[in-house]
Write a protein that binds this ligand. Structure first.
Ligand code: DON
Length: 570
């Protein structure tokens, strides 16, 4: 008999003194009964992700002898089933790894513009931007990269792929019980699912969804089986490719067979920089985080932020002015390095960070009209998970369909959602995308080009060993959330839970406003307004997943309270 999932918030029975399992968690994966755990402490391995079944899948793979990379592959595939709003095989993402032998690896499987894409494809005859087309339906989709990314990771895995994908196949084929928030999200998206599909997807249910219903995805299970049996060709060629191209033809899509066959994930040189005694490893372009995070950390490094105190008006003002400067550079300079010359070295140098802060005034609000991009002499849905194993492998993965359920278009007969990542390009200079980000030439559309991303999967080393594995979804707020989480731990000495869950804020140059979460203190808002800032309350910022590894080998995994996010470990 199927039982509803149950919540235990927060997890009781935490213990650091003994070894072995330390939580009351059900460790076997039962898709009809599972527990959301916000914090877990172990000594063998841990996963924290947007869904308990995905975190438990990753841990079960480690228990069967897999390393953190095996667990990350299995977790991502499970997320593609149990978290359809963002977990995906029809989207893309970034993986940052620190291997136990001390090697740093990044894998870029960001979507690409199809060959038939062109710079002005979302402009009407009068030259007006048509964001409805870059954000919804078939034409919004970039060529998916996730499956290529998973096979890019296999080089570092121990177990066969067939074993890593099987839990996802089982979850899709037999179904799993959905949570209240999933039911709510599916119901809220119902009209869009009907509008943007030619074949009604399983996500539309007569009478609507409720918590405890079972979601079965047979078409997706069959697609996953083709990937299991044929590898990358099971997605980019043959039956799955045929289904994608047929879907494109039924509406106004442009992805063709060659786009799919030619898609390749890329290993890229990781961004590694020092922050005081720590080393920080993060994703390079096309992640803007690879430029913005080193910029922001270097701008704050010499400032007395710790003395100001967490969420003091002075600390928030300082961090806001830092974010303003970094995001102004994002809008002007950043795009796919394979297509556009970005002055990365200059933008991420300490000297440039110091120069950018010269006009910082700690008494009054700066202005995005007067603070533009620096002078260079030369030319809500994404998901993050963190994994760690006891041999010292750390994996930080952020992956996305872009908006919730992406383009809302499901490939007929193949059961997976396509991304709406084309909207992350600058479809017209100065026209904001769905996260309010503006861009220019650097991020203009071109065939085969990757759109600029904010996804910032990151690993922090202490004494040259993994200390933090961190990342979050949240569109343009991703980089500021990672920045703030790091400062919370490295400067404000916060517990991991507080660093994740305490209120966050965000400034992205344009619009010239500080966005704050509901729990952001009213008196601080008032002080900031008196300095001249516009302060605007918005919904939740990010869903940050952190694993912290202490020198004694304790592995602490924390899942953000802002969603169904759940940690697992042993
Ligand atoms: O790559 C990016 O920056 C966006 N597509 C991320 C979207 C996102 O985080 C939505 N999540 N809430």
């Amino acid at each position: 008999m199927k039982a509803f999932f149950s919540y235990t918030l927060p997890l009781v029975m935490l213990c650091c003194a003994c070894s072995g399992p330390r939580s009351a968690a059900t460790l076997q994966i039962n898709p009809y009964e599972y527990t959301i755990q916000k914090k877990i402490i172990g000594s063998n391995g841990a996963v924290t992700s947007a869904h308990p079944l995905a975190s438990e899948t990753g841990v079960s793979i480690m228990k069967q002898g897999g390393n953190a990379i095996d667990a990350a592959i299995a977790t991502q595939l499970a997320l593609a089933v149990v978290y359809p709003g963002a977990g995906n095989i029809g989207g893309g993402g970034f993986t940052v790894m620190r291997l136990s032998n001390g090697t740093n690896i990044t894998i870029d499987y960001r979507e690409k513009a199809p060959a038939r894409a062109h710079r002005d494809m979302y402009l009407d005859k009068q030259g007006n931007a048509q964001t409805a087309l870059s954000q919804n339906g078939h034409l919004a989709a970039g060529v998916p990269g996730t499956v290529a990314g998973l096979f890019g990771c296999m080089k570092y895995a121990k177990l066969p792929f067939t074993k890593l994908i099987q839990p996802a196949i089982d979850l899709a084929e037999n179904g799993f019980v959905i949570t209240e928030s999933e039911a709510h999200d599916l119901n809220r998206t119902r009209d869009a699912f009907i509008k943007y599909n030619t074949v009604t997807p399983v996500f539309v249910k007569a009478g609507g969804w409720k918590a405890g219903d079972t979601l079965v995805q047979k078409d997706l299970a069959n697609t996953l089986k083709r990937i299991r049996d044929k590898g990358m060709a099971g997605f980019y060629e043959g039956e799955t490719a045929r289904l994608i191209v047929e879907e494109m033809k039924r509406a106004n899509g442009i992805i063709n067979y060659d786009d799919l066959k030619n898609y390749q994930a890329k290993e890229r040189e990781p961004v590694v920089f020092d922050y005081k005694s720590y080393k920080i490893i993060t994703m390079p372009l096309p992640s803007s985080g690879g430029v913005l995070l080193p910029q922001m950390m270097q701008m704050i490094e010499d400032q007395p932020v710790k003395a100001y105190g967490f969420l003091s008006a002075r600390a928030v003002q300082l961090m806001t002015e830092i974010e303003r400067r970094a995001y102004a550079d994002r809008a002007k300079f950043l795009g796919d390095l394979d297509f556009y010359k970005v002055p990365v070295k200059k933008l991420t140098s300490k000297a440039y960070a110091v120069e950018r802060m010269k006009d910082y005034n700690d008494q009054t609000a700066g202005s995005s009209e007067t603070t533009g991009a620096g002078l260079i002499p030369e030319s809500e849905e994404t998901t993050h998970f963190s994994v760690y194993d006891k041999s010292g492998n750390a994996v930080s993965v952020t992956t996305t369909l872009n908006g919730g359920y992406g383009s809302r278009t499901v490939v007929g007969g193949a059961g997976f959602l396509l991304n709406n990542e084309m909207d992350d390009f600058s479809i017209k200079p100065g026209v904001p995308n769905m996260y309010g980000a503006v861009g220019a030439d650097a991020n203009a559309i071109a065939p085969g080009k990757r759109m600029l991303s904010s996804m910032t999967p990151t690993i922090v080393l202490k004494d040259n060993k993994p200390f933090l594995v961190v990342g979050t979804p949240g569109g343009t707020t991703i980089t500021t959330s990672v920045f703030q989480t790091l400062i919370n731990i490295l400067e404000f000495d916060m517990s991991t839970e507080d660093a994740v869950n305490k209120p966050k804020f965000h400034h992205q140059w344009l619009p010239d406003e500080i966005f704050v979460e509901a729990a952001f203190p009213q008196p601080v808002r008032e002080q900031l307004r008196q300095m001249g800032y516009k302060v605007t309350q918005r919904g939740a910022i990010g869903r940050t997943e952190v694993i912290r590894i202490d020198a004694n080998g304790t592995i602490e995994a924390v899942a953000d309270k802002r969603g169904d996010d759940s940690a697992a470990g042993y």
